[in-house]
Design a protein around this ligand. Structure first.
Ligand code: PHE
Length: 344
């Protein structure tokens, strides 16, 4: 009996890899109801008491070893098979991958830039960390103007005046840089991120994005301002969008105005986006104050100009009916992937 067991053990140990057919043959031969193990157990019944003691253990170990081998071979066959099918079945669909999407603020900023580019405006950029002169003083802000107050501005260095360094509160600072460093005519827009010290909520954030614009030349009038912005709105919101100008105040423009457009969502009928007024304010504008031109070394007797500034968030909210500003900076893919665009 020992001889047989040794022979079979050797045979089993030599098996390393089998096909499905070979495995089944193995199972029938050793583990089947008429297999070798069954025979060995039958034989075991016939041996004497002395031998029973020795072979009982040996036989059981042999059985366990044969079963373990069978399981091992079966497992390696299974993984081998799944591996093989994937490799060979070229009709199976490939692994999908997701492409990114543009941020809604980028989409709208690009749209605004495109409209003004068609009108002959170039894009100008400047630093986000600004000195007092470019952000405030050159723009005709009086010393005691509340916008200079710690509550609105993130100061990096505060010496109460000329040497202050702050995060820019608007991109008008880029207009100053442009006028200081060049000669009229100027026709440019300034897109960029700006910072204001506000508590974060659905309606306010400590940073947002602007596009400001500047047009300085001889004989630029308020009529040019109105016509340019009117055209812009027709392009952005569609033909027939109404505009209205309300008198306003900015230190750097005189006269100044705020421009409303008829609500693009309810078309002026009234909805909660326009607080049931039918109008939404989208930008501030005005004729560049002669003081600002002179501060930048431009002859205000010869040149006049207009300027305007808008928040990209506000325009995006209206375009896509977004009610919470925080969505723009939370990077939630469930929000962002709704703006999937074809990237060519
Ligand atoms: N700088 C202004 C703001 O940030 C916007 C503006 C720009 C208004 C130009 C008038 C003219 O609110």
């Amino acid at each position: 009996m020992q001889e047989k067991i040794d022979k079979y053990t050797k045979e089993i140990n030599e098996l390393v890899k089998t096909t499905a057919g070979e495995l089944e043959t193995f199972r029938i031969k050793f583990l089947g109801t008429k297999g070798i193990i069954k025979d060995l157990f039958d034989e075991f019944k016939t041996v004497g008491a002395e031998e029973k003691r020795t072979f009982g253990k040996v036989l059981n170990q042999f059985k366990q070893m044969a079963e373990a081998k069978y399981n091992e071979l079966k497992e390696s066959l299974d993984t081998q098979q799944t591996g093989n099918t994937n490799e060979q079945d070229l009709t199976l669909p490939g692994t999908g991958f997701s492409i990114g999407s543009r941020h809604p603020l980028t989409l709208v900023r690009n749209e605004i830039i495109d409209i003004f580019k068609r009108l002959g405006f170039v894009v100008a950029e400047g630093p986000e960390i600004e000195d007092d002169w470019h952000n405030f003083s050159a723009l005709n802000f009086p010393e005691e103007h509340p916008a200079r107050d710690m509550q609105d501005t993130f100061f990096i260095k505060k010496n109460a005046g000329k040497d202050d360094i702050a995060l820019r509160t608007h991109t008008s600072s880029v207009q100053v840089r442009m006028m200081e460093n060049g000669k009229p005519p100027f026709r440019a827009i300034m897109p960029g991120r700006v910072y204001r010290n506000e508590a974060i909520s659905a309606r306010a954030h400590c940073f947002f994005h602007q596009v400001e614009g500047l047009y300085v030349d001889e004989n630029v009038s308020f009529a040019d301002l109105k016509q340019t912005l009117y055209h812009f709105v027709q392009e952005l919101y569609g033909e027939g969008t109404k505009v209205r100008f309300r008198p306003s105040y900015f230190p750097f423009t005189e006269p100044s105005a705020e421009m409303d457009v008829s609500c693009s969502i309810c078309k002026g009928d009234g909805c909660n986006m326009c607080k049931y007024s039918g109008w939404v304010e989208i930008l501030g504008c005005g004729m560049v104050d002669p003081n600002v031109l002179e501060n930048c070394g431009i002859d205000s007797k010869k040149y006049t100009g207009f300027a305007f500034g808008m928040g990209i968030e506000r325009i995006t909210n209206l375009k896509y009916v977004i009610r919470d500003l925080r969505l723009f900076s939370e990077n939630d893919v469930r929000f962002l992937k709704q703006f999937q665009t074809e990237i060519i």
